[in-house]
Design a protein around this ligand. Structure first.
Ligand code: TYM
Length: 332
């Protein structure tokens, strides 16, 4: 089976419906067809200001939500990035092969640095992409499913793999990004022109996986639409309705075209009611399972430790090869 790697940053209280549709849904499918590793990237999370107690808690909560949403830790390798030291070690080597100008061109860095004021952005934020390259290259991943915003980072990963291979001999698999289709992108319910995100302006635009069911239903029923009446997919003219159709399609497995037909002549209220229903129906057991897992953190931590051991074995062997190739003297 082809090797696959993907990851998410830990999220404060809960993952949102965008993480579910854009990542977890595909991961769940892919774990049966691929040799998959899914990581909670806590080391990436500290590249911006963070609170230690919150980080610890959200790392565990994120892992619990992966499992509750259907990632099977006996089938896939589900682990915490900082539990495998080779990530930091390989990132260091990759830093020495990355040009200052090359890293400066990363648009995510430019955006995040601009938000903080360029002078207060950390060296860690600058090196975010090389740590991500290390994540992928340690495991010889061929396939990297990500959202479009991560395309540039996977391109850099490919360049670094190729550069290392030509300088020090064939070592790394050059990975391929599998970019999620536009239909896998969920937008803010109150502001459907921007992507749903953890740091959204209004709380009511984001549906959290661990939200109370009636809060979830309420948020969906008050989603912004438009003044027409027709239910059809048109991202430009009807972003709100298109977003609801995307969600409905992802949760039911029915194509958007079939939904358009099904809703012909019906009102936005009907669509919202159905979306709310299917989302609540899907998230209720996931929420229950996540809370149950979090009720027994010792058991969850044990599962994560076992998975980290599995990841560590692969990662350490790649790192040993890398250290050999670049000329580090082996410890006797
Ligand atoms: P992160 O944590 O920003 O995003 C995690 C995943 O969730 C998807 N996503 C969305 N999909 C649809 N609609 C949305 N509104 C939405 N919001 C988020 C993202 O596309 C992503 O797939 N740098 C990576 C994490 C990472 C990684 C890696 C990924 C670290 N190392 C190695 C792959 C391979 C990130 O930004 O995740």
């Amino acid at each position: 089976k082809p090797r696959l790697f993907s990851g998410m940053q830990p999220s404060a209280d809960s993952l949102h419906i965008g993480n579910y549709v854009g990542a977890l849904l595909q991961w769940r499918e892919q774990q049966t067809t691929h040799d998959a590793l899914f990581c909670v990237v806590d080391m990436h999370a500290i590249t911006v200001a963070q609170d230690p107690a919150t980080l610890r808690e959200s790392t565990r909560r994120t892992a619990a939500q992966y499992i509750a949403a259907g990632i099977d830790p006996t089938l896939s390798t589900l682990f915490i990035q900082s539990h495998v030291p080779a990530h930091a070690q390989l990132a260091w080597v990759l830093n020495t092969l990355t040009g200052f100008g090359e890293a400066s061109r990363m648009t995510q860095f430019k955006d995040k640095a601009a938000k903080q004021g360029a002078d207060s952005a950390s060296l860690g934020l600058f090196a975010y992409p090389t740590l991500m390259a290390a994540d992928i290259l340690l495991y010889g991943a061929e396939v990297v499913p990500v959202g479009d915003d991560q395309r540039q980072h996977v391109e850099l990963t490919r360049d670094l793999a190729t550069r290392f291979n030509s300088r020090f001999g064939p070592t790394f698999v050059v990975p391929e990004a599998t970019i999620q289709k536009e239909s896998a992108r969920v937008y803010d319910l109150q502001n459907p022109e921007s992507k749903m995100s953890k740091s959204a302006a209004t709380e009511s635009g984001v549906v959290w996986m661990l939200d109370e069911p009636n809060r979830t239903a309420k948020k969906i029923k008050s989603a912004v639409t438009d003044t027409e009446r027709e239910i059809r997919f048109d991202r430009g003219a009807k972003p709100g309705v298109s977003n609801l159709l995307t969600i409905q399609s992802a949760f039911t497995g029915t194509s958007v075209a079939a939904l358009e037909e099904q809703y012909a002549g019906r009102g936005y209220g009907d669509l919202k009611k159905d979306v709310a229903e299917v989302v609540v129906e899907t998230f209720t057991p996931i929420r229950a399972r996540a809370l149950e897992l979090l009720d027994d953190p010792a058991e969850l931590d044990r599962v994560l430790a076992g998975n980290a051991d599995r990841a560590n074995e692969i990662a350490q062997s790649t790192l040993d090869t890398v250290h050999d190739r670049i000329g580090f003297l082996r410890k006797a």
